[in-house]
Design a protein around this ligand. Structure first.
Ligand code: PHE
Length: 339
């Protein structure tokens, strides 16, 4: 029996020296130490031993069990180490391999132009202000000096939620909100979505974007308005751009003007884009009406200001020669990826 135990120990040792995986270690454990394993067989034979031999063989069996246990432990450790080394060597990064290309998106054309416009005005010291898209009749019309019979107030022009609440038709309510919430000097632009009851076609969308501008301080004149918008137009469309101010009417500005820029495609010679006129209308502007200043608790005897508003969609369409405003809102990647 003694020889048998010695043999078991040797065999286990030999087998463990050849194993490769953690499963192999387990196999060896079952084979020698398991319920039906080699050592159990030896123990079963103990009954046949004399009472002198039994404790000796018993002890020896235990020693062998412990020795095999320790060897199994070692072998498992070794295999684990080995597996780690192999895994690490597989994971080494070859820095000369070509990288994985990530499909990163790009900015929507409206965002591209909005960012440009923002940059220009931030560079001139303007801050960005925001206002709600769902606003009140008071902010959208009354406080902006729009008479009760103004056509834009009609049910067929504006989305009303109830008698007092509507989807803003312009970003101009932000002028009022800003003036009521702060004291001059004020110098803001306010980009945002606006809504009008328009049937969608190539040049109309019931949802569109405006960028409002407002400056209020002591001694602000029409010259400041003209200078600011002229510099803006030159930065956005190129330094050769000229501006033209045509008299117009807005309820909340007096005097009011529509502003044209010389056509940036034909430099004013006349082409399809400017319909042969050499000029393209890009915004509305004017000196803030004294009624509006008063409504906002700003004394028109002390302060004056100018405001302007432009359609972001229109400017983007002109800049990129896009022929249908609906393309902006269809989320077709084939369109959006071109910018
Ligand atoms: N809110 C005007 C519009 O929607 C544009 C505008 C803004 C005109 C500010 C003058 C001053 O047409």
């Amino acid at each position: 029996m003694k020889e048998k135990l010695e043999q078991i120990l040797k065999l286990a040792q030999k087998e463990l020296s050849e194993i490769k995986t953690i499963q192999d270690v387990e196999q060896v454990r079952i084979k020698y130490l398991g319920k039906k394993g080699e050592l159990t067989v030896v123990l079963r034979g103990m009954g046949e031993l004399s009472s002198e031999e039994r404790p000796l063989i018993g002890k020896m069996t235990n020693d062998v069990r412990e020795a095999i246990g320790a060897m199994l432990e070692n072998a498992a450790q070794l295999v684990k180490e080995q597996e780690k080394v192999t895994r690490f060597s597989k994971e080494t990064i070859d820095v000369t391999m070509p990288g994985v290309k990530f499909d990163i998106g790009n900015k929507h054309p409206l965002t591209v132009v909005l960012d440009e416009v923002k940059d220009i005005f931030l560079g001139m010291g303007f801050k960005i202000a925001e206002g709600p898209e769902v606003d009140t009749v008071y902010y959208n019309f009354d406080a902006l000096n729009a008479p009760k019979n103004h056509p834009s107030r009609d049910l067929s022009d504006t989305f009303y939620i109830n008698e007092d609440i509507l989807l803003r038709t312009q970003t101009s309510p932000v002028q009022v909100r800003t003036m009521q919430a702060s004291k001059p000097p004020i110098k803001i632009i306010s980009p945002g979505r606006c809504f009008r009851y328009d049937t969608p076609d190539a040049s109309h969308s019931p949802m569109f974007h405006q960028i409002e501008g407002l400056v209020v301080d002591k001694g602000i004149t029409m010259a400041d308005l003209k200078g600011t918008l002229d510099i803006f137009a030159k930065q956005l469309f190129g330094f050769g751009t000229k501006t033209k101010f045509r008299p117009h009417h807005f309820p909340f500005t007096e005097p009011s003007a529509e502003v044209d820029v010389s056509c940036f495609k034909c430099q004013g010679a006349g082409c399809q884009l400017c319909k042969g006129s050499g000029w393209i209308e890009i915004l509305g502007a004017g000196m803030v009406h004294p009624h509006v200043l008063k409504e906002c608790n700003i004394d028109p005897e002390i302060y004056s200001g100018f405001a302007f508003g432009m359609g972001l969609d229109r400017i983007t369409i002109l800049k990129y020669g896009i022929d249908d405003i609906r393309l902006f809102f269809e989320n077709d990647m084939r369109f959006i990826k071109q910018f």
